[in-house]
Design a protein around this ligand. Structure first.
Ligand code: ADP
Length: 472
């Protein structure tokens, strides 16, 4: 059994959010079981490859009447022995150009290049199963089956976030010279000439997974189904929920070089206090180890992450009490970033940092007592797990993977209603429960000792691959 794991992001080579964490850690876990797995990602402009990488194939693909040279680099995912292929193409993928601004074109070319390369491999080198992730890779089965005539491989398609379907009016199938009838565009797509890229993958995959059990149920509902729940319901028997794991080697407070002071569950109270006071000093907050620090880390995505609840609570000055501090780290929607800064303006116990900063994120997990996660929906969510690893208690909306991984009152707290006041009440009630030092210490210990490794979930993927391999 040979697996090709194809994804847009893989830490540490390239990461924007949780997708990058998964791309960098699930293949590692599967590789450690002895599975023949290779990782494949696009060579984004910012990716710098180390000495382990060399070009192993050069080929061309034809797109929009252009002949595009493609290079396939092979090396090891840094920090691991996972064979990694990186696809370079300089008009749409690997350089910042006008053409690469159109994401439909960019990933059409990526999928075309990937499939053309796989098609050219000797039979013994071809994968048995291609594991696709999100819309970026969703065109691969279609290209394989309908342009290249490949019939031998099976496809697992993982939905990391159903909100991102990439609906496009760009005539990508014409540019690829794919016969029109090959494309299973659903009725509304045909009518308005839009192509839903994710849907194409979902329709052609042999198995569909999503990143928590709760989310696997939620996506079949009108509330979370992002307008394709009826189609997903038709494919329900092919859908499984497998919760994401964490790269527990990378996110380990006892070895994390980003921290001011490393610590483990043995010396968590003292270790967290040292990180807290150092971070307070770094951010110009009043330095006091007894101050309750509340953190937020995440993409500033107004449709998903509950940013409006935070803005609302900041505006009303109800998020934190007099003795508490709040540190926000996130970047994304620029309007929302401005709203956050405006809402926090003049509140000296609040820091809003709007940039991507991996080191600061880790410092926040280590320094904070509580992490607020008010997501409207959350397919899995990794920050609650990272928070727990670093002894921080998540206070989160009970949805998706947050509901699956947080046990209320044990390793975190959850609230149901998507409402600023409800969020603040949940946070403040968690803090008052934590005033009992014994109780707080017990929760921190349970949180830090919780097993968030990939072991269990990677086994479930292995079982899925094996069942696909033997199915007709
Ligand atoms: P999503 O996949 O929706 O972005 P997750 O909770 O699954 O959310 O994963 C978020 C990941 O991205 C975590 O590793 C988190 O630490 C990281 N992250 C998000 N925003 C930032 C930021 N501004 N700076 C550094 N790391 C960030």
């Amino acid at each position: 059994m040979k697996i090709f794991f194809c994804i847009d992001e893989a830490a540490p080579l390239f990461k924007i959010g949780g997708l990058g964490d998964v791309g960098g850690s699930l293949p590692k876990a599967l590789y450690s079981f002895g599975i023949d797995i290779s990782l494949i990602i696009p060579k984004h402009p910012s990716i710098m490859l180390d000495q382990s990488f060399a070009v192993v194939r050069e080929l061309t693909v034809s797109y929009d009447f252009k002949t595009l040279p493609v290079k396939i680099w092979k090396g090891l995912l840094p920090g691991s022995n996972v064979p990694t292929y990186v696809v370079e193409e300089n008009t749409y993928i690997s350089q910042n150009t006008d053409a690469s601004d159109n994401h439909a074109d960019k990933f059409a070319v990526f999928c075309l290049a990937f499939s053309t390369w796989v098609h050219s491999l000797a039979i013994a080198d071809k994968p048995t199963i291609i594991h696709l992730n999100d819309w970026h890779t969703a065109m691969i089965p279609l290209i394989d089956k309908h342009i290249l005539g490949e019939k031998s491989m099976k496809y697992v398609m993982t939905i990391h976030n159903l909100m991102y379907q990439s609906v496009t009016t760009t005539p990508i199938f014409e540019k690829m010279q794919m016969p029109k009838e090959a494309c299973q565009i659903v009725a509304w797509d045909t009518q308005d000439n839009n192509i839903n890229l994710l849907l194409e993958g979902l329709l052609h995959a042999d198995s569909i997974t999503t990143v928590s059990r709760r989310y696997a149920q939620e996506i079949l509902t009108d509330e979370y189904g992002e307008n394709i729940n009826e189609i997903l319901t038709l494919r329900k028997k092919y859908i499984a929920g497998i919760v994401n794991g964490l790269d527990v080697d990378s996110f380990n407070p006892s070895t994390d070089e980003a921290l001011f002071a490393k610590f483990s569950s043995e010396n968590a109270i003292e270790g967290k206090q040292r990180n807290k006071t150092a971070l307070q000093a770094e951010l110009g907050l009043a330095v006091d180890e007894n101050t309750i620090v509340i953190g937020f880390v995440g993409r500033v995505d107004v449709r998903q992450k509950g940013i409006e609840l935070i803005v609302e609570a900041l505006k009303q000055k109800i998020l934190i009490r007099d003795t508490q501090q709040f540190i926000f780290l996130g970047t994304g929607d620029s309007q929302a970033e401005i709203q956050l800064h405006d809402a926090a303006n003049g509140q000296e116990r609040i820091r809003i940092v709007t940039k991507y900063d991996e080191v600061l994120a880790r410092k926040i997990y280590a320094a904070s007592d509580y992490l607020i996660i008010p997501s409207k929906f959350e397919p899995c969510g990794l920050i609650q797990m990272i928070a727990n690893r670093y002894g921080s208690i998540p206070v989160a909306r009970e949805t998706g993977g947050l509901a699956d991984t947080i046990q209320h009152g044990i390793n975190g707290f959850v609230f149901k209603e998507y409402d600023a006041r409800v969020m603040v009440d949940a946070l403040q009630s968690a803090i008052s429960i934590g005033q009992d030092r014994m109780k707080k210490a017990q929760m921190v210990e349970i949180a830090m000792k919780k097993n968030f490794s990939w072991d269990e979930s990677a086994r479930q993927y292995q079982t899925l691959y094996e069942s696909l391999q033997t199915s007709e």
